[in-house]
Design a protein around this ligand. Sequence first.
Ligand SMILES: Cc1cc2nc3c(=O)[nH]c(=O)nc-3n(C[C@H](O)[C@H](O)[C@H](O)COP(=O)(O)OP(=O)(O)OC[C@H]3O[C@@H](n4cnc5c(N)ncnc54)[C@H](O)[C@@H]3O)c2cc1C
Length: 294
Amino acid sequence: MVPIMKKIIDIFNDKERTYSFEIFPPKTDKGYEHLLHIIEGLCKLNPDFISCTYGAGGGKRDKTFDIAEHIEKNHHVASMAHLTCVLNTKEEIKTILEDVKSRRIQNILALRGDPPLDNPHWQPTENNFKYSSELCAFIRQEYKDYFGIGVAGFPEGHILCKDKKRDAQYLKLKIDSGADFVITQLFFNNQDYIDYVQRLKKLNVRARIIPGILPITDYQNLQRFCNLCGATIPIEIKKIFEPLQGNPEETLNAGIDFAIRQCRDLLAKGAPGLHFYSLNKLSPADKILNAVRI
Ligand SMILES: Cc1cc2nc3c(=O)[nH]c(=O)nc-3n(C[C@H](O)[C@H](O)[C@H](O)COP(=O)(O)OP(=O)(O)OC[C@H]3O[C@@H](n4cnc5c(N)ncnc54)[C@H](O)[C@@H]3O)c2cc1C
């Protein structure tokens, strides 16, 4: 068997474009069992890597690393574990990273995270990393080149920093602190992504900026999520999906159609791959990937 290329940056050296998925740890044992089947299906699509979120939306934190390890050991696909600074002390982060290393996982998406809903006023102290860039610097300093490090990017600016130029400078700080590549927040207007890449180029950021793609499957959920993360729902999306409310099948089909058009356009304009927010579903990610992969 050919050994898997475990570090995503090594895959970049080999491939002009990568195709990958994000999954999240389910809250129940039954959900976990179901996810293992989904992972099997996603791996059959031959992705370059699969990433697993950490604590997002109150999800189980401890399962992230089990899932990332499972993907590599059982499916021989590179995995990336997300890790957030929020709630973890620096000491705890070190313990977690030792655990991740002992599992031979070599990719970390280094994030600040957000205070959880049940502790919304949580604030970092001197025992915490305040920003993702501090976490990147720590990982690089402690583990040299063992880990490949990804970070989050925000084509429309982060919800707490709508000054896009300043937000891009903070992104550059993450790269200068040791990050290797960027995965973006969802967006629907490709021009936002193109402009973001240009802004970062002007700042001399050479890292790959991989667009994060959310296939729309549930318009109400989308509205809730965009409210939380600050992503814009353009008029074009409203016009397509508002009339379809109450019709899940047509919403799903329209979501697949829109994502295929969005992905083809991004690839034609030079995006170095696509990272799909799978929401732990095999379809529509499989249909979209099969239609757009080049
Ligand atoms: C691809 C992707 C995956 C994600 N996965 C998860 C996950 O698994 N779990 C989860 O909980 N959340 C996840 N998130 C959400 C993310 O944690 C939130 O968006 C969070 O609010 C920002 O995280 P960050 O790492 O970008 O933070 P940072 O880069 O630290 O930025 C946070 C804020 O501080 C500002 N800032 C940065 N540096 C400085 C500085 N030096 N001085 C002043 N201001 C600064 C930024 O502009 C921004 O407003 C993900 C987001 C994306 C795009």
